[in-house]
Write a protein that binds this ligand. Structure first.
Ligand code: MSP
Length: 649
């Protein structure tokens, strides 16, 4: 019998030198689904990869003094290693710098141009010259470049456009007629109401301001817009427009694209429109998952709250990390990472519940039957209850996985673990063991526990593959009794196993000690990123808002500035404060030349008692940030149109 194909993709990742536990989520969840489908007998194609073009990459490579390709090669190797560590079972890894992908994207662009879906026009927008980047009005921050904060100017450049507007009605119809196309539903409504219904504008799909991209074959000053390049990966990986389209025929349309909520718009508006233009069927589903947040916010290197999945796996286990991700982020919503919670889950669910069930069962089989287990006497309602619970769990997990409710599926398996632990308490094997006459019954109880563990190990294998392997090897379960088909009926197999007790799967964790270790991990990571943890000057005693309001901070404009003779640290400034002028002496001469601050607006402590410095009376103090040793100093400046004399609160 030929297996049914199932095609699942993750987003292709930007080459970032440090992926944190949050952004491994898209891949771990896709891996769990892919593994489950394999277990259910599907012929699975699971694709992941990297999205390597664009101006940012080009710039980073320039900063490092290497070519963009050299730059991405190193990082991509790191990402591939990470997926190995995390036990990701992808069938293919695509890089947008792969030749076949480049050739296919060029053909896509040309085809769309030839058929009139791409046309040449002008791109108008706000341009930041130093950054060589166009921004839309909404991307600007306070009217300035969102990257460097400098002024932007109106500019116009030649560019190619994709007729996105042409597909608006068809797209809306498709979404409305296929309720499962965008999931969860909340995201579907967001796309319809916030983006499609207000009207789609044609999309600028080429750039000329940098060249690290796929060249447009018929106009080589242009490179293809990164999202057109990136989204196409889902079909180029299957051989689209190559000599061999067998994989494409077999696996397209994709069963599901797994994407984070931040990029769902690209996948449900641009991607389907592009496919319509290519006359290709649309993916069956785009699933926009929630995010894993740290300390209530996004993880970022600059915040120092990045949690490194590799370090975490080394200190705990890969399965502990996978378990946390799969359990903590519920269908469609965000989850929270805290070290305390991570340790708690690992301890209670994995070490206590699952670990104990397995080790207690093994221990009893070794102790009472020398490691041999086969069917014994199965007779009472406890047996029946365990059997029906286990069989129901198989159905529940299947339903949840069909609806991509991975966290609910994991939870279901853990409920079966709890049920099996309860069965131990109900049947009290240690009591049965006291009387030889109960030997058959004791055997029956241990058989049932073994059977429950076989169900659990099979069901948990897509989520915790290492754990399943460990359980199976200790119980000597053969592969043929570890498929979804083989766990339809509980108690059907007459085991004749001879088991051994192996290592403890999830040792209990000393919470305090581990938390300390995690703190250390964080420090190590910050150090690796060049951020040393250092002692800061202790925060001063608390003050009230009234205390604070006694300090009168004002915006002042520097009119004149000169060096103070024979004092190499001091500058004498004349500042304007709401029409009046004042003299200020400031110890900033090592960091600012007079011409650097003349004309600038700075912040003054305006009601500070005057003090004489080198014979000059200073009427206030200018605010500056500096390192403890004063080797670096910066004066915060007011760039917006706030007049001198205005308050700073
Ligand atoms: N290159 C694009 C995708 C192109 S697909 C044609 C991209 N890459 S990414 O590296 O920035 O993100 C990869 C995935 O990680 C996205 O699905 C994103 O939503 C996900 N995540 C990044 N941080 C995350 C969390 N903190 N939590 C969960 N997922 C998050 O976008």
């Amino acid at each position: 019998m030929t297996k049914k194909p199932f095609y699942i993709t993750t987003p292709i990742y930007y080459p970032s030198d440090k992926l944190h536990i949050g952004n491994t989520y898209s891949t771990v969840i896709a891996d769990a689904i892919a593994r489950y489908k394999r277990l259910a007998g599907y012929d699975v194609m699971f694709l992941t990869g990297t999205d390597e073009h664009g101006q940012k990459i080009q710039r980073k490579a320039e900063d490092k003094g290497v070519t963009p390709k050299e730059y991405v090669d190193e990082i991509v190797a790191g990402i591939q290693d990470l997926w190995k560590v995390m036990n990701i079972s992808n069938d293919k890894f695509i890089r947008t710098t792969d030749d076949y992908h480049i050739a296919a994207v060029q053909k896509i662009f040309k085809k769309l141009y030839d058929q009139g879906d791409i046309y040449k026009g002008h791109y108008e927008g706000k341009y930041c010259t130093p950054c060589e980047t166009f921004f839309t009005e909404t991307q600007l921050v306070d009217g300035k470049c969102p990257d460097c904060g400098r002024d932007v100017e109106e500019a116009k450049e030649e560019a190619y456009f994709f007729k996105l507007s042409k597909y608006q009605d068809r797209l809306l119809k498709h979404i409305e007629e296929n309720p499962g196309f965008i999931e969860p539903v909340s995201r579907q409504n967001e796309m319809i109401n916030n983006f499609i219904k207000p009207g789609l504008e044609d999309l600028c799909v080429s750039r000329t301001t940098f060249n690290w991209g796929i060249p447009v074959t018929f106009d080589t000053d242009h490179v293809v817009y990164v999202w057109i390049d990136a989204l196409s990966n889902y079909i180029t990986a299957l051989g689209y427009s190559s000599e061999n389209e067998e994989m494409l025929e077999k696996f397209w349309p994709a069963d599901v694209h797994i994407v984070g909520k931040d990029i769902i718009r690209f996948h449900t508006i641009i991607w389907p429109s592009l496919l319509m233009a290519l006359d290709m069927p649309l993916p069956k589903k785009v699933y926009g998952h929630g995010w894993l947040l740290v300390d209530g916010g996004k993880m970022s290197k600059s915040k120092g709250n990045v949690v490194d999945p590799i370090l975490l796996s080394e200190h705990f286990s890969v399965d502990a990390v996978r378990y946390y991700l799969l359990r903590e982020v519920s269908f469609g919503s965000d989850g929270q990472y805290t070290s305390e919670n991570f340790i708690k889950r690992t301890n209670s669910d994995l070490a206590n519940d699952l670990g104990n069930l397995v080790s207690r069962t093994l221990q009893m089989i070794v102790k009472y039957f020398d490691g041999n287990i086969s069917k014994g006497l199965i007779e009472d309602e406890f047996d029946e209850a365990l059997k029906s619970f286990a069989e129901e769990t198989v159905n529940n997990v299947d339903k949840f996985m069909d609806n991509l409710k991975v966290n609910d599926a994991v939870e279901s398996v853990m409920k079966l673990v709890a049920r099996a632990n309860k069965y131990i308490d109900e049947t009290a094997p240690w009591v049965l063991a006291k009387d030889e006459a109960n030997s058959e019954r004791l055997k029956g109880v241990l058989y049932n526990l073994t059977e429950a563990i076989r169900f659990i190990s099979t069901l948990i294998s897509p989520f915790l593959p290492d754990t399943a392997v460990k359980i199976n090897s200790q119980f000597k379960f053969e592969e043929n009794i570890l498929t979804l088909d083989s766990i339809k009926v509980f108690g059907d197999i007459d085991f004749n196993l001879s088991i051994e007790r192996g290592e403890v799967m999830f040792p209990r964790i000393d919470v305090e000690k581990k938390l300390e270790e995690l703190d250390k991990i964080r420090e190590e990571m910050l150090k690796a990123q060049g951020v040393e943890k250092r002692e800061i000057i202790p925060i001063k005693e608390e003050i009230t808002i009234d205390d604070f309001s006694k300090i009168d901070l004002r915006v002042v404009k520097v009119l004149e500035c000169e060096k103070v003779k024979k004092a190499d640290k001091l500058l004498k400034l004349t500042v304007e404060l709401g029409g009046e002028t004042r003299t200020i002496v400031s110890g900033i001469a090592k960091h600012y030349a007079p011409e650097d601050i003349i004309g600038k607006k700075v912040i003054l402590v305006a009601n500070l008692k005057p003090a004489k410095l080198r014979g000059i009376e200073s009427h206030g103090m200018i605010l500056a940030a500096s390192t403890d040793d004063d080797s670096i100093l910066e004066i915060p400046m007011i760039n917006k149109d706030i007049p001198s004399g205005s308050q700073v609160r």
